[in-house]
Structure formats: structure tokens, C-alpha cells
Design a protein around this ligand. Sequence first.
Ligand code: C2E
Ligand code: CA
Ligand code: CA
Length: 711
Amino acid sequence: MREALPKTEATDLIDQLKQAHQVQKQQIVDQFHDGLFLLTAQLTPLLINETGKSFLEENWFSACPFSQIQAYAQKQNRLRFDLKSWCLQQFESESDATSPLLWLRIPALSKDKCTLVPVLISAVVIQSSEDDGRNLLIQIQDQSLQIQAEAQIRLMEASHAGQFITDAHGYITQPNYAFSAYTGLNPDSLKKITYIEWLQNQVVFRVPFGSVMKALLENGCWNGEVQLTPSSNVEYHAVLSLSMLTDYNRNIEHFIAVLQDITDIRQANNEIKRLAYYDNLTGLANRTLLHNQIETTLDHYPISQSYSGLILLDLDSFRMLNDTLGLEIGDQLLILVSQKLTKLAGPENLVARLEGDEFAILVKEISQNQEEAHTKLLNLAYKAQEAIDDRYTIKNRSLHCTASIGLHLYNQPEVNAHSDELIRYTNMAMHEAKNLGGNQVYQFEERLCKIAQQRLEMLQALNHSELDNEFELYFQPQVDAQGNTVSAETLLRWFHPVLGLVPPAQFIPVAEEGRQIIKIGLWVMHKAFIQAKYWNETYGPFRISINISPIQFHEQSFVELVIGLIKFTQVNPKHITLELTEGVLIRNTNLALQKIQHLVSLGFHISIDDFGTGYSSLSYLQKLPIHELKIDQSFIRHIPDNENDVAIVDSILKLAHNKNLTVVAEGVELESQAAFLREAAPEVLIQGYLYSKPIPAAEFETKFLAQRPKL
Ligand code: C2E
Ligand code: CA
Ligand code: CA
């Protein structure tokens, strides 16, 4: 705050004034920036400068100008201050004094009534040598700027943003509290450095430092995101605004900085990004990010001219594993696999989890040379296959996992399509790997598009198929040691007017996917029930096995539909065996168990088809009221030569014997196979080309039933 005019200067001023004539006098006082009043003992004005006049009403000619001025000791509650008395008091005490901060109402500004100007008023009593009277020199200093500055400093201090002002040389003069806190430097040490030194020590810019300074000096300001590193282990993200203040001649007066901490916003943004682009469980990229990055490789092709590659991986039997061992173990397995893939792919490539147990590796810009790019991509796919094919220990359980892998090498001109197309192609390759039994690597080829097309056609054909016209039940005999055909399995045949004879191995999976299997399965049961009733009534006890798809079995109304069919056909369920695969029991085990119990209570027999190929074979056998095991063809094919298969078949036969179950060996083509089986277990039933291929009902009847004595 500026000092009032010292006594000596005031005296000098008076002396000067005395020697000057009236016009000069006014000129002398008008030079002062503050309001000046030279008054007599009666407070009659002798001289008032221009600034002084601005505090008065226009018609101020009065004995005492101060009786007009409205002064307040407090701004808020308008506590009046008697300026005239105060002046007289100073005059009497003959001491120099400065008032407390006062608020003056300035007439010129007070059209809106609130304009009060903060001032300090000082009074100096001057002994006049000539006319031996005494004069009073009153000086009114406008404090608006000071008050504003103080308020600003208070605001600065209260602000959470770091702020400082420098002097003209760039030395930090007014760092606020927040700035000290962010930088870890106390105000004293900050005041010893220039703002440039601070920028260079603690601030990491995303753009060259030179360009920041250039913008600041040329445009007067710079704004941008920076990283603040006050020490090696502390880091903030902040928005820094630097401004330069100059006078009218463009001389630098101050630099001002505001530092806004955005670490939290940054973290929140990162979190949003993570949720949008990353998989929560594994932390890998998600489908969206994979799409984006594929598009980037396509867009970048004109520059890179490089081939990129996509690998899709799907874990084999993951669903079964998840269902039997629980989601938690499933999740852990996914995490372990994701770690292996991340390590394998390296930082330059992208590993993503698309959904469930499906992963992808995007191998970016491998090479401009197709041959080389292809080899590299293939190698990586094989490495991934090898890495996943492993034993995993999770929660003290050891489990084995493999993957089916599809890959596709692409470049922009060839694909001429989008990420969707590319993922679809690679997916076809992956499905082909799965169809071939899993744990394989398969490359996309045009042929797969044709297969996919055929599948689509088949799906449409199934939708429009007329069951009675296009489908037929075939029967394959099951023969005991005495050569008697005691039972038969029904196997469905589809004769499509255009597609021809479509094997069930092809259309059943499609019908399961499209859920037409529910209608088809019902039709099969209906026909087979009628057939069973007729043959039993005509030729005596004869059992018919029917394949039941898991999709059909899991239908809520399955048991009710079967009961309806029993009533409708009048079949005796005792003559029917329902073949279920192990997979049926894995989903909703308890519900599946209840359904099986219900079916058994109706009189059906239950057979486990393809026994030995499933995931866990023995545990559920204890719980289930089953009657029969069918040894899968894959074990029969290489007996009696393959020791492994012999051992498996042996143990299944023993198990069945112990549990008193019927065993059917299917896919028996050779006498040697039959001989081995009968030797090991005389009660085994044999089904296979050795006796007959599946044949139509009429043919079956003639060949295998007609020679029975008719009832
Ligand atoms: P599956 O239940 O394992 O049926 C046995 C398959 O092995 C049949 O194939 C049969 O023709 C074939 N087979 C029988 N003996 C021999 C042999 O000695 N050598 C060889 N190489 N194969 C033999 P198919 O009829 O092509 O049926 C394939 C699969 O389609 C069946 O496997 C079954 O899973 C399914 N399927 C067939 N009919 C139906 C049905 O009506 N409903 C349902 N849900 N699935 C059916
Ligand atoms: Ca079967
Ligand atoms: Ca089978």
C-alpha cells in the first residue's frame, strides 16, 4: 500500500504552492494521482486537485466539502464515518494521521447506488509561515487496485489450481499454496527460480519445449496437457496455461501460470476407455478394439504395403469344462491362456478376447513379402497351439486344454473388405479346425466359403423340408453271440430333392444349430415308436434304439412330448432304448437327472452313446439309472492290434459287467473285432457293417425279422 505524503514533502508542497500564482497552484496539485485537499482551519477549501474533485458533488462550493461526502467505515452494513469530525479532530490534535480503510460514495459513479470506492485518507497539519494560520492537507488514496489484488491473492490461495505470477524477468514472485503443494517446493525456493527453470525441471511436454515458448512469446499464451514430475515417484497429469502480460509498448511485465490437476479425470477417462475397449476378466482387448485395429492395418496399407494376419483361437471342450468344474475354474483357465497368448504375441501385436473362450491375435504388418509373412503367421499359430496344449493347475485341480485355431493372412487390396469379413473368414478356418477334431491349426481357404454357403443352403432346406417326403428311418441290427438280432438302432436318412442324400453327420449339427432338430427328433420318435410297436406285435420282443439330440432332450417339454407320443402310438416304452451322449448330462445335471429318472420310470431304457469319448466318464455313472453303454467306434476300429484301445475296451467291458449293463460295440466291421469282443465279454451286442449297414425298415424286416416265428 502506498504511503501517504510524508510531512516534509507536504511542507515542501505547501511552500511551492505559496510561491506560485493561482494557475500554477492548480497545475502543481493536479499532477498528483491521489485526491488532494488543502483546507483552512474551518475546513474551507483553498485548493482541490482534479482527483479530489471527483470525490465531490458537482456543486461542491460549500464551506466544507467533506460534509457532502458520504463515507462508510464498513461496506456491508453501511456504517457511517463522520469525515468532517475526523478532519477537525486531526486539526486539533495537530498530529498527522491516516484513517482506517473507508468506503466513499463517488457521485459520478453512483448512478447505480452501490459504487463505493475503498480509500485511505491521511491528514497533515501544516503550519503556515506567512499568514500564521494552520492548514490541513488531506490526501485521499484510492485503494481499489490494492483491494482487488489482495482479493485475487486470497482467491489464488484458496484455489485448488496451482498458480503463480512472475516478475518481468520471469522470477516466480507469487506462487500460491496449491502450486507449492504440486511442485513440492516451498514459496521461498520457488522465488529463487524463474518459471523457465521450473518448466525445465518438472514439466514434461507432449510437444517440443521450443514450440511452447514460441507460442507464449508470439501469441501471449500457451495451453496444453503436461505431465508434472516433482520427484521420481510422483507424477501428475495437468493442464498448464501460461500467459504473458505486457504493457502498451509490449514490454513484458509478468508471466502467469495456472496448473490444473487432471490426474483424476485422466484416470476416469482411462477407466472409460478400458471398459469400452478391454475385456474385464483378462484385461485383453475386446472385439471393438480388435475391429478398430484391423481397420487401422487396412487403412495403413498404402504406406506399409505389408501383409497382416489374424489368428482366431477357440478352446476345445471349454463349455463342458466350465459346466462341470464351475465358472471360477473356467475363468482362471481363460486368464492363464490369455497370459500365454500375450507373452507369445509380443507387444507389437494385439491379443483380444472376443467372447467366452474365443481369442484372437492380430499380427500387424508382418512383411511385404507374402511368403515370409505367411511363414511367420503360421509359425505363431503353431506356437500358440503348442502353448495352449498344456496341463493347467487351478485350485489344486489339474486339467488339460487345447485350442482349435484358424488363421488368415490378408492385405488391403485382397480383402477389399472390412474387419467383419476378415473375422468371418478366419472364423471359418477356426471352425474347420474344430470339425477336424480340435487341437489343430487351419488356414482360411476359398473352399470354406463354399462349405459355409452349403451349410446355409442346408439350413434353408431344413426349414422347408417335408418330413414325410424327404426323411426315412433306417435300421441297423444289433446281434448277440448266438447270431440273433435282438435289437436295432434307428438312423435317420434325408433325401433332399436337390441336395440328394445328405448324411446325418452333416445335417444333424446344422439342424441342432437351427433348432429344427426338435421337430425332426419328434418325427423320428413318432415313426420309431410305431415301428417298435408293430415289430413287437408281429415278431415278438424286439428293442429299438433312438438317438436323442441334447438340444431335443433339454427342451423343457421333452418328457411331456414323449408321454404324449406313448399315448398316441400305444407303444410299450419297454421296447425302446433312448441313446444319449455324455454331453447331455453335463448341462443342468440335476434337471437332466430328473428327466432321465422320469423316462426310466415310464419303462424306457437309457443308453450312453459314444461312450469313452466324453469328458468325464465315470462319476455320473454312479448317479444314473442307465441300462446300456455303447462303445464308440473309434475304440473298436483298431482292436485287437492297438494295445491302448484294447485296454480301453477291456475296461469298459469290465465296468459294464460289474454294473450289470448291456454293452453294444458299434462300428464292428471285421470278424477279428467281433471275435475279440465276444472272447472278452460273451454278452456283448455287436452292431456294424460286419452284419449290415443301416437299411430301410422293409428291408430290415425281411432280412432280420421275417425268419422269426410269427406270433
Ligand atoms: P451314431 O449314433 O454314433 O451312429 C452310428 C453311426 O455309425 C451311423 O452313422 C452308422 O451308419 C455308422 N456305422 C454303423 N456301423 C458302422 C461300421 O461298421 N463302420 C462305420 N464306418 N460306420 C458304421 P450315420 O447313420 O451316418 O449317423 C451318424 C450320426 O448321426 C449318428 O452317430 C448320430 O449321432 C446321428 N444321427 C443319426 N440319426 C439320428 C437321429 O435320428 N437323431 C439324432 N439326434 N441323431 C441321429
Ligand atoms: Ca447312436
Ligand atoms: Ca455312436
